[in-house]
Design a protein around this ligand. Structure first.
Ligand code: PEP
Ligand code: MG
Length: 325
């Protein structure tokens, strides 16, 4: 793959006073990698791997997945590729398992829970990831973790995969970094425990907002209540960032908030290590980062944490952007 033009978006995500924030991309399809590179993405912070399972009748084989992940890792190397394990269920179903009869799918057999119900399928994917991680810079991430038990189950199964691959004499990366999505409020409240058991956190604000505010992210009747800058959400993100940093692990934000010009200055104030967003939004967000000052973002965050309403928070953000960017 040949890069065609070099633009300012290929410069690092760095504020005027030297604070660096890595700008990564969220992708759903292999083909999007070209757009990531063109738009100045410094790697993939979230590969929604479930899309390779959708719109087909048979499950992909380990070999198919291995080749897909290996090629993606090689194209991106030395930049990172973060493979999120399957987030199926809720609105993302596959014909292989048929429709689930659930009255609240978002609260049902989704993501890690779906994988725990189908351990063979889960193992196939983890084996493919472990093998692909021999190439490039690959990390694995589990979605929708709500507590330590799920995390330990998933990590134990990963361990089993490593043992099996070793016995079979297949090459794999034994040191594959393992992180989790922080997108369920219960996980946020025990962030300091979880931080001791993983290599990184990635905050999924789309689901965190849905589950914290009790607003279905796909229901247009309540979309006006879906507020990223709700004081509760800002506090939860801050809590996760601080708990992660205290434990010495990296914290990123990969939900839509990372692509929102009104939210990014607040995330910078918290000194998140990376943000991951749709490739098309990267140039605009990099422009904001490169015009900002960390000191102003820190002051903004301080003021926002004192604000009890979204209206006031929005005003504070607007004033900061107007004054300093
Ligand atoms: C999120 O929940 O914020 C997220 C990034 O994951 P998804 O949108 O795939 O649920
Ligand atoms: Mg999510």
């Amino acid at each position: 793959y040949q890069k065609t033009t070099i633009r300012f978006c290929h410069l690092p995500g760095e504020t005027r006073d030297g604070f660096q924030i890595k700008v990564l991309a969220n992708i759903e399809l292999f083909e999007e990698v070209a757009q990531v590179i063109d738009n100045g993405g410094e790697g993939v912070g979230l590969y929604r791997t479930e899309y390779s399972y959708m719109n087909r009748t048979e499950l992909p084989t380990e070999e198919e997945l291995y080749e897909e992940y290996r090629d993606l890792a090689s194209i991106l190397a030395p930049s990172r590729l973060t493979l999120r394990t399957l987030d199926l269920g809720a609105d993302k179903l596959i014909s292989h398992y048929g429709a689930l009869d659930e009255s609240n799918p978002a609260l049902g057999l989704r993501a890690i829970r779906f994988c725990m119900r189908h351990p063979q399928m889960f193992k196939t994917q983890m084996r493919a990831i472990l093998r692909a991680a021999v190439q490039g810079n690959v990390s694995l991430m589990f979605p929708m973790i709500s507590g330590t038990q799920e995390l330990r189950y998933a990590k134990d199964l990963l361990q089993v995969c490593k043992q099996e691959l070793a016995i079979e004499g297949k090459e794999f990366n034994p040191d594959l970094p393992v992180g989790i999505m922080m997108e369920v409020p219960s996980a946020v409240m025990i962030a300091e425990f979880l931080a001791k058991e993983v290599d990184f956190f990635s905050i999924g604000t789309n689901d965190l907002i849905q589950y914290s505010l009790g607003i279905d992210r796909t229901n247009r009747h309540v979309s006006h209540l879906y507020q990223p800058l709700h004081p509760a959400i800002v506090r939860m993100i801050k809590y996760v960032v601080d708990a992660g940093h205290q434990a010495g692990i990296e914290v990123s934000v990969c939900g839509e908030m990372a692509a929102d010009p009104f939210c990014v200055p607040i995330l910078m104030g918290m000194q998140v290590d990376c943000i991951s967003l749709g490739p098309q939004a990267i140039p605009g967000i990099k422009r904001i980062i490169r015009r900002a000052n960390l000191q102003d973002c820190k002051q903004l965050l301080k003021d926002v944490l004192q604000s009890s309403t979204v209206t006031l928070t929005n005003r504070l953000v607007r004033e900061t952007i107007f004054k300093s960017f």
